[in-house]
Write a protein that binds this ligand. Structure first.
Ligand code: MD6
Ligand code: FE
Length: 218
C-alpha cells in the first residue's frame, strides 16, 4: 500500500469480499442509506405487520417477518411458498419502495450480477435469541438470479455451509449496513444465522436486527 492509497482508503467503499463461489460480502454498502431503509421498513410494517409464522413441521419461527413487492414469502402447516397477498390481511403486499429496489440492483451489480429485477423482498426482524436454522433458499423459480441480503441494526453471526446440510458452516459477522450478494455456484448453499446475542444492540434499532432479502421469484 502506498501513502496515497492510505490517504484515500477511508473514503473508498470496501472491496467486495468473496465468501464463497458466487457470493460476496459488501461491507458497509448501504451505510449512508441505512436510516432511510429503516424508515421504509417501518412504513411497510405499518401495512403488513411483522408476524411469527409457523413452519410446515409446526414450529413457530423466532424471527418475525413481513414482505413487500409483488410476492411475499409465507409459511404455514401447508408448506413454504410465495403469495401475492398477505395472509394476515388478505391484501396485496405493500409495493417495494423505490429505494429498496434501487439498492438491491446496485448491490447485485457490485457482486457481478447485472440487471437484477427483484419481485419479492422478505423482511426478517430478530430480537434477543432469535435465529434462523440452516436452510436453502429454493422456493424461487428463477435460480439464475442472485439473492441480495441487507443487514440493519444489531450485528449477528451469519453461517454458511455448502450444498449438503452436513457441510461444515463458516461464520461471518454481519453488521449494520452490510450486504451479502449470493448466487451462481453457491445459490443453493445451506445458510442461517446464530441466535442474536443478549447484549446485541444498535444506536438506531436498539436490541433489534433487520434483514432484507431480495429475490427474483418469477
Ligand atoms: C438473515 N438470511 O440474514 C437470513 N438467505 O437474517 C438469509 O436467509 C439469506 O442472508 C439467502 C441469502 C442471503 C441471506
Ligand atoms: Fe435464506
Amino acid at each position: 500500500m502506498s501513502p496515497t492509497d492510505d490517504l484515500f482508503a477511508e473514503s473508498l467503499p470496501a472491496a467486495p469480499k468473496p465468501i464463497a463461489d458466487g457470493a460476496w460480502l459488501l461491507r458497509g454498502f448501504v451505510l449512508s442509506e441505512a436510516e432511510q431503509l429503516i424508515n421504509a421498513i417501518q412504513q411497510v410494517a405499518s401495512q403488513a405487520p411483522f408476524r411469527h409464522q409457523t413452519t410446515p413441521g409446526g414450529h413457530v419461527m423466532s424471527a418475525a417477518m413481513s414482505s413487500c413487492g409483488d410476492l411475499g414469502w409465507v409459511t404455514d402447516r401447508q408448506g413454504y411458498r410465495y403469495s401475492s397477498t398477505d395472509p394476515l390481511t388478505d391484501r396485496p403486499w405493500p409495493a417495494m419502495p423505490a429505494l429498496l429496489r434501487q439498492i438491491a440492483m446496485e448491490a447485485a451489480a457490485a457482486g457481478g450480477y447485472e440487471h437484477f429485477e427483484p419481485d419479492a423482498c422478505l423482511i426478517n426482524r430478530y430480537t434477543t435469541g432469535a435465529r434462523m436454522g440452516l436452510h436453502q433458499d429454493k422456493d424461487e423459480d428463477d435460480m439464475a438470479a442472485p439473492i441480495v441480503s441487507v443487514s440493519l441494526g444489531a450485528s449477528i453471526r451469519f453461517l454458511f455451509g455448502g450444498t449438503a446440510r452436513t457441510d461444515k458452516a463458516a461464520g461471518w459477522k454481519l453488521e449494520h449496513g452490510d450486504v451479502v450478494v449470493w448466487g451462481g455456484a453457491s445459490r443453493l448453499f445451506f445458510h442461517g444465522v446464530a441466535p442474536l446475542g443478549k447484549r446485541a444492540e444498535h444506536p438506531t434499532t436498539g436490541p433489534m436486527r433487520y434483514n432484507l432479502t431480495f429475490r427474483k421469484v418469477r
